[in-house]
Design a protein around this ligand. Structure first.
Ligand code: DP6
Length: 349
């Protein structure tokens, strides 16, 4: 069998209407649909994969450190390798070398970026030619939000209804070049890891939340309204939906038992400052959104980025500000950019 090293680069995405809660933990089927913006390569994961008869076991390096994959969350996420091996009828073990190239000190780690890129590179290493939709369903099994990083621009993850998950996949809604003015201004507040993982946090919310049920009644309609606003390039309508959905998701977290709080005082300060800015301008200039952490993402139109960065620069808690555009989704890199030393079956020095 041909042995080939495939290398790919992929990026995170920021959810505009959030995924929070699974109806099937093993297949990673969500309770609700979600929609996100794939980000550009300023934040990226680069991954090389090699399947080889010479390997006795799957071996995974992340940021230079070999990972324990027995009974761990990283190991669980490597199910994408098994799924792709099954599709290719290939039993060889894999060497995975993956580096997150996020600005130093940003403290950002992204399972979405990691799993989308791994899926893309591993499919390439096995010689599988899969459509983006099929790839998104494989990536979904590693991390739900990763399915949306399999495509560029604005991407919807349709929740689907089938128990086998065959209708739960990502679909591109808007290509990056079609609305280049839409950007994400990321305010990095903390470098520390979150206390509760998204995986654990959403499970607890589904199990114990009272408000969570009312989120499910509203959120599917919010996805539709957000997509409609984006198709019309109506930032005013979109901005309100983004802010309200983020607050709604965080409200369901507060309401779980024991409570989960990802927002801290600095995040709240940003919420108030953005509200003030929007009020003083008489329109939505920026729309804040927070994932399972305290760092803020402020979605805005290019023309208003200056107003937002000026506001953020005045806050002592903001460590770093990044302006991210829409990205194109994962792509293959050439052999010269491989992270695997093929002859030695190890990461390049
Ligand atoms: C708050 O995709 O990280 O970022 O499927 O368990 O791997 P798993 O969870 P993950 O959850 C992301 C949650 C979120 C919202 C979102 O990205 O939609």
């Amino acid at each position: 069998m041909v042995e080939r090293i495939a290398t790919a680069v992929g990026t995170p995405n920021i959810a505009l209407i959030k995924y929070w809660g699974k109806r099937d933990d093993r297949l990673i089927l969500p309770m609700n649909s979600s929609v996100s913006m794939t980000l550009d390569e300023q934040l990226n994961t680069r991954t090389s994969v090699l399947f080889s008869e010479k390997l006795q076991a799957d071996t995974v390096y992340i940021n230079g450190t070999v990972q324990d994959i027995n009974g761990t969350e990283v190991g669980e996420r490597m199910v994408v390798l098994d799924i792709l091996r099954g599709m290719a009828g290939d039993k060889r073990k894999a060497l995975v070398v993956s580096n997150n190239q996020f600005p130093t000190g940003s403290g950002l780690a992204s399972s979405a970026s990691g799993l989308a890129t791994l899926t893309y590179a591993a499919a390439g290493a096995l010689g599988l030619e899969l459509q983006p939709r099929e790839l998104s369903m494989v990536a979904r099994r590693g991390s739900g939000s990763a399915c949306r990083s399999m495509m560029g621009g604005i991407v919807e993850w349709r929740k689907g209804d089938k128990p086998d998950g065959s209708d739960s996949y990502a679909e591109q809604i808007i290509k990056p070049g079609e609305w280049p003015e839409l950007v994400d201004v990321m305010a990095i507040l903390t470098e520390s890891r979150k206390k509760v993982s998204s995986r654990a946090g959403m499970k607890q919310t589904v199990q114990t939340g009272i408000l969570y049920r009312s989120r499910l009644d509203y959120v599917e309609g919010a996805v539709e309204r957000a997509i409609d606003a984006m198709r019309k390039r109506d930032f005013q309508a979109l901005g309100e939906l983004i802010m309200r959905d983020s607050m709604n998701m965080h409200a369901t977290m507060l309401d779980t038992w024991p409570p989960i709080m990802y927002l801290d005082d600095s995040s709240k300060e940003i919420i108030y400052k953005v509200q003030e800015l929007n009020q003083s301008e008489g329109r939505i200039v920026g729309a804040y959104t927070f994932d399972a952490g305290s760092n803020a993402n402020i979605i805005a139109l290019e023309k208003d980025v200056g107003k937002i960065t000026d506001m953020l620069e005045g806050l002592g808690s903001v460590k770093n500000i990044l302006k991210l555009k829409m990205g194109n989704g994962p792509r293959r890199l050439g052999d010269g950019e491989s992270l695997i030393d093929g002859t030695g079956l190890k990461p390049v020095a």
